[in-house]
Design a protein around this ligand. Structure first.
Ligand SMILES: [Zn+2]
Length: 641
């Protein structure tokens, strides 16, 4: 999802030029009676604001539409359509209404727009000859009344079932606001549910129950009152962090939703607080550092940390002491307490009695290895007892790849991983690089949230690949932005170089297209993920299949032409379809692999079909599809209509 700088500038200019009064924004005083519901059925939520999603916070409310498409979607207030975006991905068909009080409401995953908007955008699509479009109408073009039907609800884009995704944004900053603070008729009398809590040693000297590794605590209690064992306080030493897995539930809905605020206190003093009132889209990816990313990748758990990595710049953190890192340097009993609220003020607490403790040296394991760092460039650390010499190794397998590491300020590194893979320390404040004969990676500054003990190894070339598999650190450590990666390939003929692509390989073996172009013997690209990479050749053109059309079919009664398209490796890049040589709009739904043309477009946006005698005749349907490596397929067939 992108807010688009151009969009913000446009809106700002428009507001200035038209002299529309811009309401002043207060952090807490949002109008409670300005917006009506965008639906005419009771609002039931399957998702709410601030929920944890992969790589982003959920920026709005997911309103259920009784599991069907086609529900009427109403403008929440008067204003004008300021942006229409159509995409096969993400928000799908989306509508943005700018309101005179300085807010924008957003309606996503729509099935279709109301007639006047549909006509406006379809003309634009035919003009641009593209299904994905983004248009910023002028304030005078598409004025909207409060309660006007602006669209029908759907399931377009990255939606997993029919629903309306609804957002409220600040028109000036583009920041999303928590719609639950705007007085919608949504019932929530249910207290947040605390599922789990995890404790982390954050420095070399710190310990949790005498161990230098994170640990889950057993929680008891229910209906808002939770605690860990009082008779046996948790023994802690040094710098400690906590994280908590918590959900909210709303009345009349079984779906897990997100909470509003998390506060952590030590002996009654606030050490950490965040709240989900507003944030900017540019902050979204910091969520990877907000959560325990390793446990998210491993277990799918949404543990929210209450200690903040040095390069985590989320604006939701309001009042923290020492970035939420708790120093336990005495032998006293202390009380840690989580206070968690939902947007309606329902509150749950979790009390964690802890006691300062001096760890007993005999119990600490793995110290020898860990104490060796920090290291010099390109040096591999090997455990003292293996007898191996420090050198740059090209490990060709033999040990399990990618044991999970790093989610605290100090990565958890099981010894076998440390000994085999640890290559060098990456510092979050600086640019970092790693290279050997076959792979080069470079991370600009600001790409890591905290220091990382960077790991690398290489394993055998997979069947069908033209390079070995390079394990660039591991999938359990997040990266904030694109870093560059270059991989040397086996000698491949020049004519095939354009077909080579860098592929990221997930643990389940699925590959992801990461682009790439040659510089000498290296193919170079960028990625936002650590993990396993190789190079594949994509020489196979996309597959096209007619779903309701075939050669010489009589399509007189058909309302549409539907075909499926698919590309295995690099993915679909472009597609264009024509009837009798004239471009037609085919709507693309990747999750169905389907392209659909509506015959109702004929005579409206596309020319009416004509035949010599004015009666039914033969016409030619043609479609051309290319993938991201320039392989192209086409299908051409005649039909009767
Ligand atoms: Zn949503």
């Amino acid at each position: 999802m992108n807010t688009g700088r151009r969009h913000i500038v446009t809106v700002t200019l428009v507001l200035i030029l038209t002299g529309i009064a811009v309401g002043t924004f207060s952090q807490t005083h949002h109008p409670k009676d300005y917006f009506r519901s965008p639906l005419d059925i009771p609002i039931r939520l399957s998702g709410n604001f601030g929920e944890i999603r992969p790589n982003h916070f959920h920026g709005g409310l997911d309103m259920k539409t009784e599991s069907v498409e086609g529900k009427k979607i109403y403008a929440a207030a008067e204003g004008y359509i300021s942006r229409i975006k159509v995409s096969p991905w993400g928000y799908g068909k989306t509508l943005y209404i700018t309101h005179p009080n300085g807010y924008i409401t957003v309606y996503a995953h729509l099935k279709r727009y109301s007639d006047k908007i549909e006509e406006y955008i379809k003309k634009y699509q035919y003009n641009k000859e593209s299904y994905p479009v983004e248009k910023f109408p002028l304030p005078s073009e598409l004025k909207i009344e409060k309660g006007e039907v602006v669209a029908l609800g759907g399931n377009t884009g990255g939606s997993g079932g029919p629903h309306l995704h609804f957002e409220i944004r600040n028109a000036i900053t583009g920041y999303v606001l928590n719609p639950l603070l705007f007085g919608f008729a949504i019932m929530d009398s249910i207290k947040p549910v605390i599922r789990s809590v995890r404790v982390y040693p954050l420095s070399d000297e710190s310990h949790v129950s005498n161990l230098h590794s994170p640990r889950y605590l057993k929680i008891s209690g229910s209906s808002g009152n939770y605690r860990t064992s009082a008779s046996n306080p948790l023994k802690l030493q040094g710098d400690i962090g906590f994280s908590v897995e918590v959900y909210d539930f709303l009345n009349y809905s079984h779906n897990k939703c997100g909470i509003f605020s998390i506060e952590l206190q030590k002996d009654g003093e606030r050490v950490y607080y965040h709240e989900m009132e507003t944030y900017g889209f540019h902050e979204n990816r910091y969520i990877s550092s907000h959560v325990d990313y390793g446990e998210f990748k491993n277990e799918g758990k949404h543990l929210q940390k209450s200690f903040i990595a040095p390069n985590n710049r989320l604006s939701i953190y309001k009042e923290t002491l020492n970035r939420g890192v708790i120093a336990i340097n005495d032998l006293n009993i202390h009380e840690m307490k989580y206070i968690i609220k939902d947007s309606y003020g329902n509150t749950s607490t979790l009390t964690i009695p802890v006691q300062g403790h001096l760890y007993t040296a005999a119990k600490r394991e793995g110290d020898m290895v860990r104490k060796i760092g920090p290291t010099k460039e390109e040096t591999v650390l090997l455990p003292a007892d293996t007898g191996l010499v420090n050198k740059q190794v090209k490990n060709s397998g033999g040990s399990e790849p990618n044991v999970p590491a790093s989610m605290g300020l100090l990565p958890k590194l099981p010894e076998e991983v440390l000994s085999v893979n640890f290559v060098k320390k990456f510092h979050w404040q600086f640019a970092n690089s790693f290279k050997n004969d076959d792979v080069r990676i470079f991370l600009d500054e600001g790409l890591l949230y905290e220091d990382v003990n960077f790991e690398y190894k290489v394993t055998d070339t997979l069947l069908g690949a033209v390079a070995p598999t390079h394990h660039i650190h591991n999938v359990y450590t997040p990266v904030h932005k694109l870093y560059s990666i270059a991989i040397r390939t086996d000698k491949i003929p020049n004519r095939l170089k354009g077909k080579a692509m860098v592929a990221r390989i997930k643990n389940n073996g699925r590959t992801y297209y990461e682009g790439g172009g040659y510089e000498g013997d290296f193919i170079k690209t960028t990625s936002k993920y650590f993990g396993a990479f190789t190079v594949l050749l994509d020489t196979i053109a996309p597959r096209i299949r007619g779903l309701n059309i075939y050669e010489r079919k009589n399509m007189s009664k058909a309302s549409n032409i539907t075909v499926s398209i698919y590309d295995k490796l690099s993915g679909i890049n472009t597609y264009n379809a024509y009837i009798d040589g004239k471009w037609i709009l085919m709507e693309y739904e990747p999750k169905k692999s389907a392209l659909v043309f509506s015959f109702s477009d004929l005579g409206k946006y596309a020319p009416e079909l004509s035949s010599a005698d004015g009666k039914r005749g033969s016409h030619t349907f043609k479609i051309v599809v290319t993938d991201n490596r320039g392989n192209s397929s086409q299908m051409s067939l005649d039909f009767i209509r």
